[in-house]
Design a protein around this ligand. Structure first.
Ligand code: UT7
Length: 322
């Protein structure tokens, strides 16, 4: 028997307002045709008044708790991945902790941009296996639209807001049993200038705007994701044919297609939400996971591979038996 972090429940939340490409094209020099062809995005949800990273995170967390059949008081660890915290400090995780009544346990944020959820999952899994808590809430929550420069059409059409959450439970399981089997995480700070925000408390004392050299990020993304997926599966002694569902970061339909092609993964095994959610950074993987759990695609016993790549660069992948 091995102590593993088992997926006990998932949840997600989206802002009320969905904005189509057509609506965006009324104020941005773009078209539905360009956005769909280059990215696969058809709409995104945008946070409105009263909707923040923490309100979305709390809604997703409560749904994940309900799905797991536990309450906030049962949660000893909250790791929240975000690039768009409510405030510079305290950590948004502590706002969630108070709202769900989990006070007294561990709560902190993780900043790894679009790979944030994979980093948060890896950290929470390590802490659960080390015995620092029995049950964890891992959240990816973002209001990326508040970082956008609406005069930069090459970036402002690509992002959206939302949150996703999972409850992880430490259990003693047999080798073939459920749980996180392996997580690989990487970073390469040499590529900071390809994807970054041009502000921050220590430099400009402003929040800043998202900047991206999309074409170069695209190239790195496909290469890094194919590598990390192959390596994490190899560590588990698994083949791509063993995978039931790939739950990828949702940046661009063409990245999803190119990565699947490179690994010989059938496209029908890849969960796609980029058309409806756009790129929600750290929220995109748990949003896609919750979508596939709730529509009945992901079933007990399935083998999942989660993967993401983003600013830093950071990237990672995790193999989970449901
Ligand atoms: O989540 C973190 C990871 N991020 C990513 O993985 C994003 C990776 N990159 C991408 O997804 C793609 O590179 C983009 C979707 C961002 C862009 O696609 P692309 O095929 O690389 O296009 P491009 O940036 O090379 O731009 C092509 C043309 C340019 O016009 P010219 O110079 O060829 O005349 C742009 O000015 O498209 C133009 N363009 C637009 N046209 C209409 C750029 N943005 C727009 C727009 N609407 N919104």
């Amino acid at each position: 028997m091995t102590r593993r972090s088992v997926l006990a429940g998932t949840g997600s939340a989206l802002p009320k307002r969905a904005v189509s490409n057509h609506e965006l094209a009324k104020t941005v020099d773009t078209s539905d045709e360009w956005i769909v062809e280059r990215s696969g995005i058809r709409q995104r949800h945008m946070a409105g008044e009263g909707e923040t990273t923490s309100t979305l995170a709390i809604e997703a967390a409560n749904k994940a708790l309900a799905a797991a059949g536990v309450s906030g008081a049962d949660i000893g660890l909250i790791v929240l991945a975000t690039t768009t915290p409510d405030q510079t400090f305290p950590a948004t995780a502590t706002i969630v902790q108070d709202a769900i009544g989990a006070n007294g346990g561990i709560a902190f944020d993780v900043a790894a941009v679009c790979s944030g959820f994979l980093y948060a999952l890896g950290v929470a899994d390590s802490m659960l296996r080390a015995g620092m808590a029995q049950r964890a809430l891992v959240i990816g929550a973002e209001t990326m639209t508040r970082l956008l420069d609406w005069d930069d059409r090459a970036t402002c059409v690509l992002f959206g807001d939302g949150a996703g959450a999972v409850v992880l439970e430490a259990r003693e399981v047999a080798g073939e049993g459920p749980g996180i089997l392996a997580t690989h995480l990487h970073a390469d700070g040499a590529h900071n200038e390809l994807l970054y925000v041009d502000g921050g408390p220590s430099t400009t004392q402003t929040v800043g705007h998202l900047r991206m050299k999309g074409r170069e990020v695209f190239r790195h993304a496909v290469a890094n994701l194919a590598d990390v997926l192959a390596n994490v599966l190899a560590e588990c002694g698994l083949e791509t044919s063993d995978v039931d569902w790939v739950i990828p970061h949702q940046a661009n339909q063409r990245i999803l297609d190119a990565t699947a092609r490179k690994l010989g993964l059938p496209p029908e095994k890849v969960v796609v939400t980029v058309d409806r959610h756009a790129n929600t950074s750290a929220a995109s993987v748990p949003l896609a996971l919750d979508t596939a759990v709730r529509d009945g695609r992901v079933k007990p016993g399935d083998l999942l591979v989660l993967e993401a790549m983003g600013g830093g660069f950071t990237w990672g992948a995790s193999v989970i038996r449901v």
